[in-house]
Design a protein around this ligand. Structure first.
Ligand code: SF4
Length: 75
């Protein structure tokens, strides 16, 4: 028997970043490049995907933990 779809399949998360707090360390980009990137102009975070799929939750939580500026929120 194959496993059925997960309950959270197809659902999305909400991610927000505060560029005013960001210090450009890039930890979030290393953790979840699907969601975060660094601005070529100033090195600060840019949000590629504000509503990523729920399957990225664990890695997004790690990005929150790794951010030295407390600039990432995941809901
Ligand atoms: S980890 Fe935090 S401080 Fe570093 S680039 Fe990402 S949002 Fe900015």
């Amino acid at each position: 028997m194959t496993p059925g779809p997960r309950a959270d399949e197809g659902t999305t998360l909400r991610v927000a970043v505060d560029r005013a707090r960001c210090c450009g360390s890039g930890n979030c980009v290393l953790a979840v490049p699907e969601v975060f990137e660094q601005d070529d102009a100033d090195g600060l975070v840019l949000l590629r995907d504000p509503a990523p799929r729920a399957a990225l939750r664990e890695r997004l939580d790690r990005a929150v933990d790794l951010c030295p500026a407390g600039a990432i929120r995941v809901g």
